[in-house]
Design a protein around this ligand. Structure first.
Ligand code: FES
Ligand SMILES: [Fe+2]
Length: 428
């Protein structure tokens, strides 16, 4: 349970908020690279952390991300003309380059220097992997570029999608670290989804529906360990990673690719669910990539030409009561990601955490909230650099392993939980 004030603190990420300042300490996914596919392509509207921005790519290939609205009289630059070295507002022809600098005010004599004094708020945007990342914090505190394994492995080993979610970012993140729901909500899918099925670990998952959770603080966030019974008194452990502020990684199953999410606030009532899959040592197979593009695993079927899911609130997520009754899907909603999204959206745009009743399996969620709130306060009050900025905190892997009764994953799994490029994952 949180107080009303705490719930507002963790939910609100707009300019001037404590959690908003925390988010502005990191490189965050802004767009898929495919959204700005070539030089001079159409500009794209971006809303992040409550700020309305416009993204474009100029004739030289520079990426620009700046205030959506023209500095003259506020026209949306989505209508802008992408012309050579900048984006020109179609209303009176003011032109801005990729740094937000105004470079032309046609009505003013160039000699009077007026346009040099006009600059839109702009943020750096850089391609890493399949993603265009941005940093929206103070320029003098810009951290090095992110090194998450899924975006630094060769491109044939990785796949990323994104999906609009109508809920606050935190209730989406909380789904990512709440592994206790997997044996319930996703039970119909673990054995059938092409990106999950066939792993020995699935049998342990389904054979023990009361896992014991052990959450341990990591340098960048949390390890969320779930222990289930295996043979001969041994245990099957699944360790999920949470890295501040909004990265999660699900433990692997067999030789399937590893996957996880970024949960990025659009505003306080909507977020982007970024979903990645990668294999640390081999290219994704045609079958795997096809399944990802078809919305299997952690991905979803999208409405063509958008990043909005085909199943959504307006069509009751294509609920199938017959499948629910027969147990083909546990909730009646198809697909692992939409099962999560449908329930998280059903909680309302910002869930009232003063009314919840948490239990032992919610430990990961409780500790994640505490860590976020502590880091936001320390940053606001003392300027402390938050966990997850340090590149070492980003070199993480989730893992699945069998351990003896006397072993703890935080010791026995130390190497398995660290990303070393080109080495195999630890999986069951
Ligand atoms: S409003 Fe953009 S140039 Fe006038
Ligand atoms: Fe889930």
């Amino acid at each position: 349970m949180l107080t009303k004030e705490q719930n507002e603190l963790v939910s609100q990420t707009g300019p001037g908020t404590q959690m908003g300042r925390l988010f502005r300490s990191y490189w965050l996914p802004a767009l898929l690279a495919e959204e700005l596919p070539e030089n001079d392509c159409p500009p794209v509207r971006v809303k992040l952390l409550g700020e309305r921005l416009i993204a474009f790519r100029d004739s030289s290939g520079n990426y620009g991300l700046m205030d959506e609205f023209c500095a003259h009289r506020g026209v949306s630059l989505w209508f802008g003309r992408n012309e050579g070295d900048g984006l020109r507002c179609p209303y009176h022809g003011w032109k801005f380059d990729h740094t937000g600098q105004c470079i032309e005010v046609p009505s003013e004599p160039a000699a009077n220097g007026f346009c040099q004094k006009i600059k839109l708020t702009a943020y750096p945007m850089v391609k890493r992997g399949d993603i265009l990342w941005t940093y929206m914090g103070p320029a003098d505190q810009q951290p090095p570029l992110p090194v998450w394994e899924f975006c630094v492995v060769p491109s044939e080993q990785t796949f990323t999608s994104k999906r609009f979610q109508e809920s606050n970012w935190l209730q989406a993140l909380e789904g990512g670290i709440d592994s206790s729901h997997v044996s319930w909500l996703h039970r119909g899918d673990i054995g059938h989804d092409p990106l999950f099925k066939g792993a020995k670990g699935n049998d342990y998952n389904m054979g023990d529906l009361a896992p014991v959770f052990e959450v341990v603080q990591s340098d960048g966030g949390l390890y969320i360990g779930a222990r289930r019974n295996a043979e001969d008194g041994n245990y099957y452990w699944r360790i999920t990673q949470f890295v501040m502020p909004c990265f999660t990684m699900i433990p692997p199953r067999g030789d399937h690719p590893m996957h996880g999410h970024f949960w990025v606030p659009i505003d306080d009532e909507n977020c982007w669910a970024w979903s990645y899959d990668f294999h640390p040592t081999r290219p994704l197979s045609v079958v795997e990539r096809t399944a990802m593009m078809a919305g299997k695993g952690v991905h979803v079927v999208l409405q063509p030409g958008t990043y909005h899911s085909a199943a959504n609130k307006d069509n009751d997520y294509l609920m199938d009561r017959n499948k629910q009754k027969l147990g083909m899907t546990y909730s009646g909603v198809d697909g692992i990601a939409m099962q999560d999204a449908s329930l998280q959206e059903s909680m309302g745009p910002i869930v009232d955490r003063t009314r919840e009743n948490l239990v032992g399996t919610d430990n990961g969620i409780i500790m994640a909230r505490m860590r976020l709130m502590r880091a936001a306060k320390a940053l606001a009050e003392k300027g402390t650099v938050p966990p997850g900025v340090d590149l070492a905190h980003q070199r993480v892997r989730s893992a699945a392993m069998i351990l003896g009764p006397d072993q703890h994953y935080k010791d026995a799994g130390r190497e398995a939980l660290t990303s070393v490029l080109g080495t195999p994952q630890t999986t069951v």
